[in-house]
Write a protein that binds this ligand. Structure first.
Ligand SMILES: [Zn+2]
Length: 78
């Protein structure tokens, strides 16, 4: 059975390969590096940064504009 994870934005459940795993470190949003807490965002939500910014603020417990961090991550990933 494939592992199912929840997207923190839409709260939909997806297979892990349809999600991007991220983490917050020192209030910066990063790709998950294998250590510490992490969370998932689905590929559909990733295309709508305005929509997921609220979820990112909640996940990072910070009021920063994470859209900018997120765009940097997505440029480096693809
Ligand atoms: Zn989602």
């Amino acid at each position: 059975m494939k592992p199912i994870r929840m997207c923190i934005s839409c709260r939909g459940k997806f297979e892990q390969n349809l999600l991007t795993r991220l983490q917050c470190k020192d209030k910066k949003l990063l790709k998950f590096d294998g250590n510490g807490r992490s969370f998932y965002i689905c590929n559909t939500c990733l295309k709508d940064t305005n929509k997921i910014s609220k979820a990112l603020k909640r996940a990072c417990k910070n009021n920063k504009k994470y859209e900018i961090d997120l765009k940097e991550i997505l440029v480096n990933v693809r």
